[in-house]
Design a protein around this ligand. Structure first.
Ligand SMILES: C[S@@+](CC[C@H](N)C(=O)[O-])C[C@H]1O[C@@H](n2cnc3c(N)ncnc32)[C@H](O)[C@@H]1O
Length: 243
Protein backbone atom coordinates (compact mmCIF):
# COMPACT_ATOMS: atom_id res chain seq x y z
CA UNK A 1 0.00 0.00 0.00
CA UNK A 2 1.07 3.55 -0.65
CA UNK A 3 1.79 5.33 2.65
CA UNK A 4 -0.24 8.31 1.42
CA UNK A 5 -3.43 6.31 0.88
CA UNK A 6 -4.32 6.16 4.59
CA UNK A 7 -4.92 9.65 6.03
CA UNK A 8 -6.27 8.27 9.34
CA UNK A 9 -3.00 6.47 10.02
CA UNK A 10 -0.96 9.54 8.99
CA UNK A 11 -2.97 11.78 11.30
CA UNK A 12 -2.74 9.27 14.17
CA UNK A 13 1.06 9.20 13.83
CA UNK A 14 1.37 12.97 13.60
CA UNK A 15 -1.36 13.92 16.06
CA UNK A 16 -0.13 17.03 17.88
CA UNK A 17 3.12 17.31 15.83
CA UNK A 18 4.09 20.97 15.96
CA UNK A 19 7.91 20.87 15.78
CA UNK A 20 8.02 23.02 12.61
CA UNK A 21 5.22 25.49 13.31
CA UNK A 22 7.14 28.29 15.07
CA UNK A 23 9.83 28.47 12.39
CA UNK A 24 7.24 28.40 9.65
CA UNK A 25 5.24 31.20 11.25
CA UNK A 26 8.37 33.32 11.72
CA UNK A 27 9.13 33.17 7.99
CA UNK A 28 5.48 33.35 6.84
CA UNK A 29 4.84 36.46 8.96
CA UNK A 30 6.74 38.65 6.50
CA UNK A 31 4.35 37.69 3.67
CA UNK A 32 1.61 40.16 2.91
CA UNK A 33 -0.29 38.04 0.43
CA UNK A 34 -1.39 34.51 -0.39
CA UNK A 35 0.59 31.45 0.71
CA UNK A 36 1.04 28.13 -1.09
CA UNK A 37 2.08 24.89 0.58
CA UNK A 38 3.31 22.11 -1.72
CA UNK A 39 2.49 18.53 -0.65
CA UNK A 40 0.00 19.88 1.87
CA UNK A 41 -1.15 16.46 3.04
CA UNK A 42 -4.14 16.41 5.42
CA UNK A 43 -3.67 20.11 6.22
CA UNK A 44 -1.54 19.76 9.35
CA UNK A 45 0.04 23.18 8.71
CA UNK A 46 -2.99 25.01 7.31
CA UNK A 47 -4.24 26.52 10.57
CA UNK A 48 -0.94 28.11 11.53
CA UNK A 49 -0.95 30.08 8.26
CA UNK A 50 -4.63 31.02 8.57
CA UNK A 51 -3.93 32.18 12.15
CA UNK A 52 -1.55 34.79 10.71
CA UNK A 53 -4.45 36.22 8.71
CA UNK A 54 -2.98 34.96 5.42
CA UNK A 55 -4.79 33.18 2.59
CA UNK A 56 -3.76 29.54 2.54
CA UNK A 57 -3.56 27.35 -0.57
CA UNK A 58 -2.40 23.74 -0.61
CA UNK A 59 -1.33 21.50 -3.49
CA UNK A 60 -1.46 17.77 -2.85
CA UNK A 61 -1.24 14.61 -4.96
CA UNK A 62 -3.10 12.15 -2.73
CA UNK A 63 -6.87 12.31 -3.28
CA UNK A 64 -7.48 10.67 0.10
CA UNK A 65 -5.34 13.24 1.93
CA UNK A 66 -6.86 16.13 -0.02
CA UNK A 67 -10.36 15.01 0.95
CA UNK A 68 -9.47 15.12 4.65
CA UNK A 69 -7.79 18.54 4.29
CA UNK A 70 -10.86 19.91 2.53
CA UNK A 71 -13.21 18.53 5.15
CA UNK A 72 -11.08 20.06 7.90
CA UNK A 73 -10.25 23.49 6.43
CA UNK A 74 -12.14 23.71 3.10
CA UNK A 75 -14.30 26.64 4.22
CA UNK A 76 -11.32 28.88 4.95
CA UNK A 77 -8.57 27.48 2.72
CA UNK A 78 -8.19 26.34 -0.87
CA UNK A 79 -6.77 22.95 -1.86
CA UNK A 80 -5.71 21.79 -5.31
CA UNK A 81 -5.12 18.26 -6.51
CA UNK A 82 -1.79 18.27 -8.34
CA UNK A 83 1.77 17.17 -8.78
CA UNK A 84 4.42 19.41 -7.21
CA UNK A 85 6.71 18.99 -10.24
CA UNK A 86 4.07 19.89 -12.80
CA UNK A 87 1.47 22.43 -11.74
CA UNK A 88 -0.01 25.66 -13.10
CA UNK A 89 -2.26 27.67 -10.81
CA UNK A 90 -3.87 30.89 -11.96
CA UNK A 91 -2.29 32.97 -9.22
CA UNK A 92 1.06 33.94 -7.70
CA UNK A 93 2.10 33.76 -4.07
CA UNK A 94 4.03 35.86 -1.56
CA UNK A 95 5.21 32.79 0.29
CA UNK A 96 5.59 29.21 -0.94
CA UNK A 97 6.79 26.41 1.31
CA UNK A 98 7.43 22.70 1.20
CA UNK A 99 8.13 21.25 4.62
CA UNK A 100 8.49 17.95 6.43
CA UNK A 101 10.84 16.29 3.90
CA UNK A 102 8.16 16.27 1.18
CA UNK A 103 10.68 17.58 -1.37
CA UNK A 104 12.45 14.19 -1.05
CA UNK A 105 9.53 12.66 -2.97
CA UNK A 106 11.11 14.17 -6.08
CA UNK A 107 12.89 10.95 -6.98
CA UNK A 108 15.18 12.42 -9.64
CA UNK A 109 17.04 15.67 -10.18
CA UNK A 110 14.81 16.14 -13.21
CA UNK A 111 11.70 16.13 -11.00
CA UNK A 112 13.40 18.34 -8.41
CA UNK A 113 14.29 20.91 -11.10
CA UNK A 114 10.75 20.86 -12.49
CA UNK A 115 9.36 21.33 -9.00
CA UNK A 116 11.64 24.33 -8.36
CA UNK A 117 10.78 25.75 -11.80
CA UNK A 118 7.06 25.60 -10.94
CA UNK A 119 7.77 27.27 -7.58
CA UNK A 120 9.73 30.07 -9.28
CA UNK A 121 6.93 30.67 -11.78
CA UNK A 122 4.34 30.94 -8.99
CA UNK A 123 6.38 33.14 -6.64
CA UNK A 124 5.78 36.90 -6.59
CA UNK A 125 8.81 39.05 -7.39
CA UNK A 126 9.43 39.89 -3.73
CA UNK A 127 8.13 36.58 -2.36
CA UNK A 128 9.94 34.02 -0.24
CA UNK A 129 10.32 30.25 -0.62
CA UNK A 130 11.07 27.86 2.24
CA UNK A 131 12.19 24.27 1.70
CA UNK A 132 12.89 21.91 4.59
CA UNK A 133 14.50 18.45 4.32
CA UNK A 134 16.84 16.40 6.45
CA UNK A 135 20.53 16.04 5.70
CA UNK A 136 21.27 12.48 4.52
CA UNK A 137 22.46 10.45 7.51
CA UNK A 138 24.66 7.39 6.82
CA UNK A 139 23.67 5.76 10.13
CA UNK A 140 20.07 5.71 8.83
CA UNK A 141 20.73 4.94 5.16
CA UNK A 142 23.20 2.09 5.69
CA UNK A 143 21.36 0.17 8.42
CA UNK A 144 20.92 -3.58 8.15
CA UNK A 145 18.09 -3.92 5.61
CA UNK A 146 16.75 -7.10 7.26
CA UNK A 147 16.21 -5.54 10.67
CA UNK A 148 13.02 -3.79 11.74
CA UNK A 149 13.81 -0.36 13.19
CA UNK A 150 11.33 1.79 15.16
CA UNK A 151 10.19 4.65 12.93
CA UNK A 152 7.69 6.35 15.26
CA UNK A 153 6.96 6.54 18.95
CA UNK A 154 3.75 4.92 20.25
CA UNK A 155 0.43 6.42 19.14
CA UNK A 156 -3.30 5.58 19.40
CA UNK A 157 -4.93 4.18 16.28
CA UNK A 158 -8.09 2.05 15.86
CA UNK A 159 -8.41 1.61 19.64
CA UNK A 160 -4.93 0.12 19.91
CA UNK A 161 -1.54 1.27 20.96
CA UNK A 162 0.55 1.29 17.82
CA UNK A 163 3.91 2.16 16.45
CA UNK A 164 5.56 1.87 13.05
CA UNK A 165 8.65 -0.23 12.41
CA UNK A 166 10.58 0.08 9.20
CA UNK A 167 13.18 -1.41 6.94
CA UNK A 168 15.06 0.47 4.28
CA UNK A 169 17.34 -0.09 1.33
CA UNK A 170 19.50 2.70 0.01
CA UNK A 171 20.72 2.75 -3.58
CA UNK A 172 23.83 4.92 -3.87
CA UNK A 173 23.54 5.18 -7.67
CA UNK A 174 20.08 6.74 -7.70
CA UNK A 175 20.35 8.15 -4.16
CA UNK A 176 16.91 6.67 -3.53
CA UNK A 177 16.06 5.23 -0.12
CA UNK A 178 13.24 2.66 -0.36
CA UNK A 179 11.31 2.30 2.87
CA UNK A 180 8.78 -0.26 4.03
CA UNK A 181 6.62 0.50 7.06
CA UNK A 182 5.13 -2.22 9.22
CA UNK A 183 2.30 -1.38 11.60
CA UNK A 184 2.61 -2.84 15.09
CA UNK A 185 -0.70 -2.95 17.01
CA UNK A 186 -0.69 -3.85 20.70
CA UNK A 187 2.74 -5.52 20.34
CA UNK A 188 1.75 -7.57 17.27
CA UNK A 189 3.08 -6.81 13.79
CA UNK A 190 0.05 -6.66 11.48
CA UNK A 191 -0.19 -7.64 7.83
CA UNK A 192 -0.32 -3.96 6.83
CA UNK A 193 2.72 -2.86 4.86
CA UNK A 194 3.28 0.60 3.42
CA UNK A 195 5.86 1.54 0.82
CA UNK A 196 7.47 4.83 -0.06
CA UNK A 197 10.70 6.16 -1.50
CA UNK A 198 12.74 9.26 -0.88
CA UNK A 199 15.68 10.59 -2.84
CA UNK A 200 18.50 11.96 -0.73
CA UNK A 201 19.68 15.48 -1.54
CA UNK A 202 23.03 16.57 -0.12
CA UNK A 203 23.50 20.25 0.82
CA UNK A 204 25.91 20.93 -2.05
CA UNK A 205 23.32 19.57 -4.51
CA UNK A 206 20.68 21.87 -3.04
CA UNK A 207 22.98 24.88 -3.49
CA UNK A 208 23.29 24.05 -7.19
CA UNK A 209 19.63 23.08 -7.74
CA UNK A 210 18.35 26.25 -6.09
CA UNK A 211 20.81 28.53 -7.91
CA UNK A 212 20.11 26.87 -11.28
CA UNK A 213 16.38 27.30 -10.68
CA UNK A 214 16.67 31.05 -10.19
CA UNK A 215 16.78 31.30 -6.40
CA UNK A 216 19.12 33.16 -4.08
CA UNK A 217 19.49 31.52 -0.67
CA UNK A 218 18.93 34.12 2.04
CA UNK A 219 19.27 31.80 5.02
CA UNK A 220 20.48 28.25 5.60
CA UNK A 221 18.96 26.94 8.81
CA UNK A 222 20.06 23.70 10.46
CA UNK A 223 17.29 23.08 12.97
CA UNK A 224 13.68 24.00 13.65
CA UNK A 225 14.91 26.25 16.49
CA UNK A 226 16.19 28.55 13.73
CA UNK A 227 19.92 28.00 14.34
CA UNK A 228 22.23 28.27 11.32
CA UNK A 229 23.25 25.14 9.40
CA UNK A 230 26.63 23.84 10.58
CA UNK A 231 28.65 20.60 10.79
CA UNK A 232 26.31 19.18 13.48
CA UNK A 233 23.03 20.02 11.73
CA UNK A 234 20.49 17.31 10.98
CA UNK A 235 18.27 19.53 8.88
CA UNK A 236 18.77 21.70 5.80
CA UNK A 237 16.16 24.44 5.72
CA UNK A 238 16.46 27.06 3.00
CA UNK A 239 14.78 30.44 2.90
CA UNK A 240 15.12 31.78 -0.63
CA UNK A 241 14.08 34.69 -2.77
CA UNK A 242 14.06 35.06 -6.54
CA UNK A 243 17.43 35.87 -8.02
C1 LIG B 1 5.44 13.89 4.78
S1 LIG B 1 3.89 14.26 4.06
C2 LIG B 1 3.75 15.96 4.49
C3 LIG B 1 2.32 16.43 4.58
C4 LIG B 1 2.15 17.82 5.19
N1 LIG B 1 2.89 18.81 4.45
C5 LIG B 1 2.61 17.83 6.63
O1 LIG B 1 3.56 18.55 6.95
O2 LIG B 1 2.00 17.14 7.45
C6 LIG B 1 4.31 14.28 2.35
C7 LIG B 1 3.14 14.65 1.43
O3 LIG B 1 3.64 14.79 0.09
C8 LIG B 1 2.61 14.38 -0.80
N2 LIG B 1 3.22 14.17 -2.11
C9 LIG B 1 4.13 13.22 -2.47
N3 LIG B 1 4.49 13.37 -3.75
C10 LIG B 1 3.83 14.47 -4.21
C11 LIG B 1 3.79 15.16 -5.46
N4 LIG B 1 4.53 14.74 -6.50
N5 LIG B 1 3.01 16.24 -5.58
C12 LIG B 1 2.25 16.67 -4.55
N6 LIG B 1 2.23 16.06 -3.33
C13 LIG B 1 3.01 14.97 -3.17
C14 LIG B 1 2.06 13.14 -0.12
O4 LIG B 1 0.83 12.72 -0.66
C15 LIG B 1 2.03 13.61 1.34
O5 LIG B 1 0.80 14.22 1.63
Amino acid sequence: MNIYSNPDLYDAIHNGSNFDIELLKTVARSASGPVLELASGTGRLTKCILDLGLDYNGLEQSKQFLKVANKRHGEKAQFFLGDMCDFKLKMKFQFIFIGFNSFLHNLSKYDAKNCLKCVNEHLEKKGRFLLSIYIPDPSFLYRDSNTLHPATSFFDYENSQCRVLETNEYDEETQINKLTWYLEKDDQITEDKYFFSMRMYYPHEMDILLADSGFKIEKKIGDYDGSPMDAESEMQIYVCKKN
